[in-house]
Design a protein around this ligand. Structure first.
Ligand SMILES: [Zn+2]
Length: 278
């Protein structure tokens, strides 16, 4: 799934290309695409796109009267629509501009989870952004320490929980734990001050590195292209210490880690029923 750096760089590219273009019309192409009834998307017609912003993993297409909040989920993409076909493959919604160009939201696969919400006023605090925690990228050290203590859970799950901090996903959770030399299964409330310092630095460094990479691209990367030390690198050598990168598989994600760097050399069993993990 695209995480903060991918979505942020994409928002910047779309702003560069489309800001100032006047919306002619918005049209859902699949009945599940538009998640809101009020306000009507027609409210944006005749208005220029102010910018494409981002909150968490959502894109925000801001027009003066309303904002379109787009969540790409796993397989969604929002791209310039060169062909403007009648029934584009995976087509979910289309924004057509007065200058003849268009943006197309597509979703690969059959999950139909990507969606568009139309909101009036400041989108932050409204659905689907109402529950989001503060942005991971701008979290200060003190707030991070407080949130870790308040919501005690395993670090990997904590980092991915959008209600606690927004913008991180499976890949960055793996990379941040590795960079901070912390076990993904460690308990957040038990982290000492020095560990919180390392975690804070790792969050910033991993986001900056990924964002710098994404900004060199003309479209969103796929996960295999993204920079990293451990994510999807099971069996490879850890670039820090040379130990073998390990994996613990869950139904919808994989935790990758380096035993030497992160778990005091302990290799965690590769399933969720392990006593060690309970
Ligand atoms: Zn290592």
């Amino acid at each position: 799934m695209p995480e903060m750096p991918e979505v942020q760089a994409h928002a910047e590219r779309l702003t560069e290309a489309f800001a100032g273009a006047t919306l002619d019309r918005f049209r859902p192409l699949a009945f599940t695409a538009l998640k809101t009834a009020v306000p009507a998307p027609e409210a944006a017609a005749g208005h220029p796109l102010v910018e494409v912003g981002r909150r968490g993993k959502h894109l925000l297409l801001r027009f003066e009267p309303v904002t379109f909040v787009v969540h790409l989920m796993q397989g969604g993409r929002l791209r310039p629509d060169e062909k403007q076909a009648g029934k584009p493959r995976g087509g979910q919604a289309r924004w057509t501009f007065a200058d003849g160009r268009a943006l197309l939201l597509t979703e690969a696969g059959t999950e139909r989870k990507a969606g568009v919400w139309v909101v009036e006023g400041e989108p932050d605090g409204q659905e689907p952004l109402a529950e989001l925690g503060p942005e991971a990228a701008t979290l200060d050290r003190t707030t991070l320490g407080r949130l870790l203590a308040e919501q005690s859970m395993r670090l990997h799950g904590w980092l991915r929980d959008q209600r606690i901090v927004a913008g991180l996903g499976r890949r960055l959770a793996n990379e941040i734990c590795h960079r901070a030399r912390l076990s993904p299964f460690g308990t957040t409330a038990k982290l000492d001050e020095e560990a919180v310092d390392r975690l804070h630095a790792a969050i910033g460094a991993c986001i900056d590195e990924s964002l710098a990479y994404e900004r060199t691209r003309s479209d969103m990367s796929s996960s295999k292209d993204r920079p990293g030390a451990v994510h999807h690198r099971e069996g490879e050598a850890c670039p820090v210490c040379g130990d073998t990168v390990r994996a613990v598989e869950y139904r919808s994600y994989t935790v990758n880690y380096c035993p030497t760097c992160q778990t005091g050399g302990k290799v965690l069993a590769d399933n969720t029923t392990s006593k060690f993990l309970k």
